[in-house]
Design a protein around this ligand. Structure first.
Ligand code: SF4
Length: 352
C-alpha cells in the first residue's frame, strides 16, 4: 500500500469575524469543519467548490498561513500542523504554492532570473553565476519558456507566461507538494489548458504531488486523480476524479457539474435541464451561523425533514469514495449510487 505524502485529518479552521452593526458579539466564522483527505506522491488531489466553500482556507492552513483550530496535518508521516519558526525554511522547501494572480504574487521589480533564482540560492546555497543560470534555464524549459525570458519583468509577459514563471519558481526548490490555488482561473480557456498541461508534464517529470484548487469541476477533473467537493467548510463528497464526475452521488456535486457549459448542444441542453432543478437563487447559510443539519439544505430541492435535523454521515459511494447526503440512507435510499437518475425523475415530478 502506498503511504500518503500529505495527510489532512479532521481539520477545523475557525476565526473571529468582524462585528456587525448592532450585533452584541464578534461572530465565529467556521470556515473549515472537519476536513480529511490525503495525497500520495505523483498524484493530484482536486478540491472544488464555489467561492466561500473554504477550499482556499484549507490551502492557507496547510501553508501555515491560517491558524488551525483543530485537526492534524502530516507531511511524509511527520506532524506539520504548527511548524515552528526554525523549521519554516525546511517546510517551504517541501511545500510551494502557485496562486491565482501571478501579477501580484510575482515581484514586479525583479526579472525572471531573480524570481526563479532566489529559491535556488536560498535553499541550495547556489549563488548567482553559471550554475544557477543553467538551473534557471532548465526550469524555464520545463515550463515551456525560452531563454530570452530570463531578462523579462512580470509586466512584460502575458498572464499565461507569468503563471509558467510562477510554476518554475515553485519548482526551483524541488518541492514535494505544490498547492495550486485557482492557479488557472484568471486565464483564457486556451491558455488555461496550456498551463494545465505544463502542470501534468511537470508532475510526470518530477513526481511532485499537487493539491489543485478550483471552482470548475471539469477543469479540476482534467488534472486530478481524486477530487473532494467542499460546501460551506464541509467535504460533502470525495472520490476518484472520473468516477465522481461521471456518477456524482451528492446533489451539490451535480449542481457544480451542470453549471459548467459544454460545447456540444445536446449536452448543454441536458445540463441546462439539470441546472433548473436547483434553487439557484437561494443563498447559502452564513459560516458564522451554520445549520445543525445538512449545510446544503437551503438550496437543495430534494431536502427532507431529516436534512434540517441531522448532519448526514459519510456513506460509501459507487465511485469508491464517500458522500454525505441523507438521500443515500433515508427517503429514496440511493445507497452510494449516482444521484443523476434521481434528479432527472424528480425534476419531472410536479412536486419538485
Ligand atoms: Fe439535499 Fe438532504 Fe442530501 Fe443535503 S442531505 S444534499 S438537503 S437531500
Amino acid at each position: 500500500m502506498t503511504v500518503p505524502f500529505l495527510e489532512v485529518e479532521n481539520l477545523h479552521v475557525h476565526f473571529v469575524g468582524r462585528q456587525r452593526l448592532f450585533a452584541s458579539a464578534m461572530p465565529t466564522i467556521k470556515a473549515v469543519n472537519g476536513i480529511s483527505f490525503s495525497i500520495e506522491r505523483h498524484r493530484t488531489f482536486g478540491l472544488v467548490g464555489e467561492s466561500g466553500s473554504g477550499k482556499s482556507t484549507v490551502a492557507r492552513a496547510i501553508l501555515q498561513l491560517a491558524d488551525i483550530t483543530a485537526g492534524t496535518i502530516r507531511l511524509g508521516g511527520v506532524d506539520v500542523t504548527n511548524v515552528r519558526a526554525h523549521e519554516e525554511l525546511a517546510f517551504r522547501k517541501r511545500v510551494q504554492a502557485v496562486l491565482q494572480d501571478p501579477y501580484s504574487s510575482l515581484n514586479q521589480v525583479h526579472q525572471v532570473r531573480t524570481i526563479v533564482g532566489d529559491g535556488i540560492t536560498r535553499h541550495f546555497g547556489i549563488r548567482p553565476g553559471p550554475e544557477r543560470e543553467k538551473r534557471i534555464l532548465s526550469l524555464l524549459d520545463e515550463v515551456g519558456l525560452t531563454d530570452d525570458f530570463l531578462d523579462r519583468y512580470p509586466y512584460e509577459m502575458s498572464g499565461g507566461q507569468r503563471q509558467r514563471v510562477s510554476i518554475a519558481r515553485a519548482l526551483a526548490v524541488a518541492p514535494e507538494l505544490i498547492i495550486a490555488d485557482e492557479a488557472t482561473s484568471a486565464l483564457d480557456v486556451s491558455v488555461q489548458s496550456q498551463v494545465l498541461n505544463v502542470m501534468k508534464r511537470v508532475q510526470a517529470d518530477t513526481g511532485v504531488a499537487f493539491l489543485f484548487i478550483g471552482h470548475d469541476l471539469d477543469v479540476v477533473r482534467h488534472v486530478s486523480d481524486d477530487i473532494g467537493v467542499m460546501y460551506l467548510g464541509y467535504l460533502v463528497e470525495q472520490g476518484d476524479a472520473d468516477g465522481l464526475h461521471d456518477s456524482p452521488a451528492h446533489p451539490y456535486t451535480e449542481m457544480l457539474i451542470a453549471s459548467v457549459p459544454v460545447p456540444d448542444p445536446a449536452g448543454q441542453a441536458d445540463r441546462r435541464t439539470l441546472r433548473r432543478s436547483f434553487k439557484r437563487d437561494s443563498e447559502p447559510p452564513s459560516p458564522a451561523d451554520l445549520p445543525i443539519g445538512c449545510p446544503f439544505a437551503s438550496r437543495c430541492p430534494f431536502a427532507m425533514d431529516i436534512c434540517t435535523e441531522m448532519m448526514p454521515t459519510p456513506t460509501v459511494a459507487r465511485h469508491g469514495g464517500h458522500v454525505r447526503c441523507h438521500l443515500h440512507t433515508s427517503g429514496p435510499i440511493l445507497a452510494g449510487e449516482s444521484v443523476v437518475p434521481y434528479i432527472r425523475s424528480a425534476s419531472r415530478s410536479p412536486s419538485v
